[in-house]
Write a protein that binds this ligand. Structure first.
Ligand SMILES: [Zn+2]
Ligand SMILES: [Zn+2]
Length: 344
């Protein structure tokens, strides 16, 4: 099959490699139709790693995808050949202490598509993945929507885990695909009090389509000052979706005493510092988000029921051969790109 291999930092090569084979009875061979370029893919592209997950080149990255079932193992009951599916890129073991307590996303033996040392990614024509990760979609749902259900699931999970109330004053720092997924998830459940920030004007304009209460650029305005003018009591919940360590500090400044900081964004550095006295004085709760659990179907339902429409998020389209161009565009935040979609 044809595959886009990351052969060194910042460089892809299109090569022919052997087709993946069904190995276990619960394996499904999926023919890939679309792949979304994720911020985490960009970390691998720019630095070859995320924390201790370090790429051994060449490697296939990519994990946001939709496709068609081509073949199934003997015991697969969930899907049949020809079924169109969204793919949950995480495969949990189903047996460890985490899995048995409903925390599959922190499974001790978690395997993730396109994660070094775990599973080969989906920037190629076929993948083999456990049936648990295959989610049937309607014929009217596009592969692009299936692909977008992956980041949306993280938004839905982040909002679920924040235990946010309907009237809560909420800020989202970072209006990229994950920040927008959080925004969509909040709007779908009726939260209308959303303040949003980003350093890229195109992204603020994009966020404007969901009618935030206020939006602003931290490079141009003192966002804490501006938001406190509108809302002197400050925020109940802040979702940090930018991965910028300075935004974490802003988030803490923006929170009211007893507020909740939800860390969704992935930083490029291994360590960041927190103003510990401020955290203690305000008694801030910090919630970390590790991908998502139990939210893939919820995200698909929200899209299929028309409660969320994220189609506008797929701003740029490329073929597999144009992969380098797609990654350079996303890495450089060029041309107002939100989500670049690769079609095969
Ligand atoms: Zn992703
Ligand atoms: Zn497990």
């Amino acid at each position: 099959m044809k595959a886009a291999l990351l052969t060194e930092i910042g460089k892809f090569e299109i090569r022919q490699i052997p087709d993946p084979k069904i190995f276990n009875d619960t394996d499904v061979l999926v023919r890939i139709k679309t792949i979304g370029v994720c911020g985490s893919d960009i970390h691998y592209y720019k630095t070859g790693k995320i924390g201790s997950q370090i790429i051994k080149f060449p490697f296939i990255i990519g994990h946001e995808t939709g496709g068609v079932v081509e073949l199934t193992g003997n015991k697969v009951a969930k899907v049949k050949p020809g079924q169109r599916v969204a793919v949950d890129p995480a495969v949990s073991c189903g047996h460890c202490d985490q899995c048995t307590t409903g925390r599959e996303n922190t499974c001790r033996k978690l395997l993730f598509l396109g994660c070094p040392g775990q599973l080969q990614g989906c920037l190629c024509e076929y993948i083999v993945i456990d049936e648990k990760s295959c989610f049937p979609i309607k014929d009217t749902t596009t592969f692009e929507q299936a692909t977008l259900s992956e980041p949306l699931a993280i938004g839905v999970y982040s909002v679920d885990r924040s235990m946010i109330t309907l009237s809560a004053d909420t800020a989202i720092l970072g209006a990229g695909p994950i920040g927008m997924s959080v925004f969509h998830a909040l709007r779908a459940r009726g939260n209308n009090n959303v303040f949003i920030t980003d350093k890229i004007e195109d992204r603020l304009n994009f966020a404007g389509t969901l009618n935030p209460r206020w939006s602003g650029n931290p490079d141009r305005t003192d966002i804490v000052k501006e938001i406190s003018k509108i809302n002197p009591l400050l925020m109940d919940v802040v979702f940090e979706c930018s991965g910028d360590p300075r935004a974490v500090i802003q988030a803490i400044d923006l929170l009211k005493p007893g507020g909740t900081l939800v860390i969704v964004g992935i930083t490029e550095t291994d360590e960041i510092s927190f103003p510990i006295h401020e955290l203690r004085r305000k008694e801030i709760t910090i919630i970390n988000i590790r991908r998502q659990a139990h939210c893939t179907q919820k995200a698909i339902d929200l899209l299929e029921q028309g409660k969320i429409n994220m189609d506008a998020m797929a701003t740029h389209h490329f073929s597999l051969e144009e992969i380098q161009k797609a990654f350079d565009m996303v890495a450089g935040y060029k041309d107002g790109v939100m989500k670049a979609i690769i079609s095969i």
